[in-house]
Design a protein around this ligand. Structure first.
Ligand code: UD1
Length: 424
């Protein structure tokens, strides 16, 4: 098992290039199941979650290979197996994204029922209700969700809660259904829009992606396509947090600033100067300490839950008191206890963290409990006095491509080392 060792105190300077979005790439890979044939998907980040999705697709009968930097050649002609096994689904919850595409293609899907996760219960009841609305029969048996359908038909789906994965599964299942499907209270996240765009390139008839109401007119056939994944908005946001806490001056290239509007607004409130120019964001932290800001996570276009942990890091050394409220997941405050080990003054009341800014954090041994919590500990370590060791970084490797190399390119002192204390 590896750990990151960070010597804090370097101001980040220079240019960093953003990778393709993990959360967009995973559903796009799942969508290739829908129609047999050869796909080329580019700008895919090399990450553990992507490797898990590749394994899953191979188990289902697909052939996948990397061809060059960040490009996957996928052939789904041989997909005949409809079972996504426990061993893979427990590794990665996004495995559920094959529910929609397997059902669309094979009219059946058996997917291990995902268990709880470090950040919350994360049920899939809304995905299943949606599939029932499209004419599927859904049973839970021996820890698996078994979906079967004689024929998929269009239906009306109103999600009680905005669900990204649920909306994505419905887009895929409805693409080949007979008749029209209307999804109300649909997720508007850029990753949902990216999936809709790829499905449209495959010949699907979809309208309204990016709004609360999506209409899908089922078509008889789709065709394989080539597609390029959007940049990772959360990675871009994480570098903004790192710039903010280190009083840095960085240029973020290859991102889509329009996808991080709420995040940019918040960082501007902390005193950071941010200039967006096409796919480039220039950020410079002009204040010695960030000003405190209140944050509440909300579905897109609100402030993303995937940035909550990272913005908390600069708030720990802010001037003032900040209230950070998590409304999407019930247990997404695990980084708080670790940040406290670095001296942060944080109290959690219900789903709100009250963060009282202090002058400096002090380096400590801390543990990543999940992907974004891990990222927040790196961000904190960059500005802490002394050495910070972040263990269990396999969580971070799930979602950030070469984060230590990119940070080193900006002048950070961060190295990956073997963690002898934690076994293999
Ligand atoms: C969520 C985030 C997404 C983030 C991802 C990984 C939102 C709206 N979604 O997507 O931005 O990238 O986590 O961190 O911010 N829910 C149910 N029943 C369901 C499905 C969801 O009750 O069947 C609830 C969840 O428990 C959660 C909320 O709906 O409270 C949003 O979940 P959902 O969007 O489905 O989760 P992800 O797709 O994982």
């Amino acid at each position: 098992m590896d750990k990151f060792v960070i010597e804090g105190g370097e101001r980040l300077k220079g240019t960093v290039k953003i990778s393709g979005s993990k959360n967009a790439a995973l559903p796009l890979i799942a969508a290739t199941i829908l129609q047999k044939g050869q796909y080329t998907i580019s700008n895919i980040p090399r990450l553990r979650d992507v490797t898990t999705m590749i394994k899953l697709l191979s188990i289902l009968g697909g052939k996948i290979e990397w061809t060059g930097q960040g490009t996957l050649l996928i052939d789904t002609t041989g997909v005949e197996n409809h079972i996504a096994p426990y061993e893979l689904v427990k590794e990665m919850r996004a495995s559920q994204l094959v529910l929609g595409s397997l059902t669309g293609r094979l009219k059946r899907a058996t997917v291990s029922y995902p268990g709880g996760c470090a950040i919350g219960e994360r049920p899939i009841d809304l995905h299943l209700k949606g599939l029932v609305a499209l004419g599927c029969d859904v049973k839970i048996r021996e820890g698996y969700v078994e979906v079967t359908a004689k024929a998929l038909k269009g239906g009306r789906i109103t999600f009680e809660t905005v669900t990204v994965g649920g909306t994505e599964n419905m887009l895929m299942a409805a693409a080949l259904a007979k008749g029209e499907t209307i999804i109300k209270n649909a997720a508007r996240e850029p990753e949902v829009v990216d999936l809709a765009r790829m499905l449209k390139k495959m010949g699907a008839a979809i309208d309204g992606e990016g709004t609360e109401i999506i209409r899908i007119r089922g078509v008889k056939d789709l065709r394989p396509c080539s597609y390029e994944v959007i940049p990772d908005r959360i990675e871009a946001g994480t570098f903004l947090a790192a710039c903010c806490i280190t009083r840095g001056n960085i240029t973020i290239e290859g991102c889509m600033p329009e996808h991080i509007g709420a995040v940019i607004d918040k960082f501007r409130e902390t005193g950071m100067e941010i200039i967006c120019d096409g796919s480039t964001v220039r950020a410079s932290m002009t204040k010695r300490r960030p000003l405190s800001v209140d944050v509440k996570t909300i579905p897109y276009p609100g402030f993303p839950t995937d940035m909550q942990a990272q913005i908390m890091a600069p708030m720990t050394i802010s001037k003032g008191v900040s209230a950070i409220t998590e409304t999407i997941f019930e247990n997404r405050m695990m980084h708080v206890a670790e940040l406290r080990r670095m001296g942060a003054d944080i109290r959690v009341i219900g789903n709100t963290a009250i963060v009282k800014g202090i002058e400096t954090l002090s380096g400590a041994k801390v543990m990543a409990t999940d992907l974004r919590a891990g990222a927040s500990l790196i961000v904190a370590g960059l500005a802490a006095y002394g050495t910070t060791e972040v263990s269990r970084i396999y969580h971070i490797d799930r979602g950030y491509e070469k984060i230590e190399e990119k940070l080193r390119g900006l002048g950070a002192k961060i190295t990956r080392r073997r963690d002898e204390n934690l076994g293999p």
